[in-house]
Design a binder for this molecule. Sequence first.
Ligand code: ARG
Length: 265
Amino acid sequence: MSGPAFLMCPPDYYEIAYEINPWMSLRRSVDKAKAASQWNHFYELLTKQIKVKVELLNSVPGLPDLVFTANGGLVRKRIFVRSNFRHKERKAEAGYFEKWFKKKGYLIKTIAQPFCFEGEGDALFMGQELYTGFHFRSDVEAHDALSGYLRASYFALELADKRFYHLDTCFAPLDEKTALVYLPAFEAYAQLVLLENIPDPVRVPEKEALCFACNVVVAGRNVVIPSGCPETTRELENRGFHVYALDFSEFIKAGGAGKCLVLKI
Ligand code: ARG
């Protein structure tokens, strides 16, 4: 086993039970067998081929979005900063994450109410630098507390397109210099910040951004990308990444793909 370790949650109770982002529609239900098979393929790829360590959180009836573990909080070394979810439908998830990390001996940090913070969905490290997204889900005030806990300086990026409501739907650091980015999802100033600070920004086209091309899982030089993103795949391969394309269609119905299904621990 090498590289990062991830926390995942099996999709036993995953469904579309409410609408809290533009991707979710109560009229478009999940094919549960297909969701289970997509999740299992992803899990097998990570654990058997890419050989990363994956720990599991038990699924909970009535919390369908618990599969999206990226939103549980943010981990740095042995510190876990717990999320404060924006929507009432997801608020109860926070306690399950906290319990899991407490049991594993992490130091638990919380963000003062009323500020919202949705974990790795809105906070991504690129080297030692933290990039945070705010507007739709997380509050910028939460990111100030977060950077204090983790002793990391941060760039706060304002999101501008509700289809890209979490930072990890439009931005993905790949290594110290390269990141995938769908620029139109950001306010003008945030676009400048990204272009000024990222040595090699790979600009994802709209068509592929809408297939969640930025929602990639990175483990060393391995990248797991949703299928239907040939241009982005080519850009990654040109930079020496080994790219695996997987079908996440059942999870995209809820507004997430592979990256949202894992939390770095
Ligand atoms: N249905 C979930 C929500 O709207 C999807 C979460 C996707 N997670 C992510 N890290 N982008 O909260």
